[in-house]
Design a binder for this molecule. Structure first.
Ligand code: UDP
Length: 233
């Protein structure tokens, strides 16, 4: 499997990733993560996080940075598969969903929008909590096929890893800001930006305070891939 700075990345197309989701309904809990350059850099510093990310059943190449790193390392990740696009594909599969994360009201708004579109959403909860035991109980009682966890990285990956066996949901996916978009609070970049692989630029212009500190880390990521990437392969 392709490996970027010690983090396993699946070289998979969107169509195959959606097909693979069907294999995850085998009675066991499965996890899908979406490592981007920022998470990979954190994994370099945090061995425990790296083990968590590498424990995923599917690690989607989320972001053009991962594809560029793969090109530098001559590994096989050809195209990005964004976590948000993957969630959107799964929403069309007729499975049941639980939405967890985002500021108070966001998951509920996303749920209302999706139910209007005919998606089977069985429950939701916001992502700001001190004690998550009631949330865990609620998810278990609603028994969804797919749990969308949007707490931001690396909180969502750690939370999923800690709770997946208890929850026993077939698929738990860490999906960042996806609920903000599904709630209609944040606009997805127009298609032209997505096609040109400059969605990050659109987001940087829209939310400079939040995005610029992240973008600044990209050159560090590329430098690490060039100088240290080969030793992990
Ligand atoms: N969030 C949350 N709980 C927290 C911290 C963050 O629910 O304790 C949510 C936040 O409201 C946002 C999402 O996590 O909806 C992170 O979104 P971001 O756009 O940063 O994720 P990205 O898609 O860039 O990884």
């Amino acid at each position: 499997m392709p490996n970027i700075l010690g983090v396993n990345i699946d070289s998979i197309s969107m169509a195959d990733a959606v097909k693979k989701a069907n294999e995850f309904f085998d009675g066991k809990p499965h996890t899908v993560f979406t490592p981007n350059p920022e998470i990979i850099l954190e994994c370099e510093k945090d061995e425990n996080l790296k083990n968590i990310v590498n424990s995923a059943d599917l690690n989607l190449p989320d972001g053009i940075g991962v594809v560029i790193a793969s090109k530098i390392l001559k590994s096989s990740v050809k195209d990005r598969v964004s976590g948000f696009d993957y969630v959107c594909q799964l929403l069309k599969t007729g499975r049941s969903f639980y939405l967890f994360g985002g500021k108070p009201g966001i998951a509920q708004k996303a749920m209302d929008n999706l139910i209007k579109d005919g998606v089977n959403v069985v429950g939701c909860h916001d992502g700001y909590f001190e004690d998550d035991s009631e949330i865990v109980e609620d998810i278990i009682s609603k028994n969804p096929d797919i749990l969308v966890v949007c707490l931001g990285a690396p909180k969502q990956e750690k939370w999923i890893y800690k709770n997946k066996d208890k929850l026993n949901v077939p698929i738990s996916i860490g999906a960042g800001g996806s609920l903000d978009v599904l709630a209609g609070e944040v606009q997805r970049a127009p298609e032209i930006y997505q096609k040109l692989c400059i969605e990050w630029l659109y987001r940087a212009v829209k939310e400079p305070k939040k995005r610029l500190p992240r973008i600044i880390k990209l050159p560090i990521f590329v430098k690490d891939v060039i100088t240290k990437g080969k030793k992990y392969i």
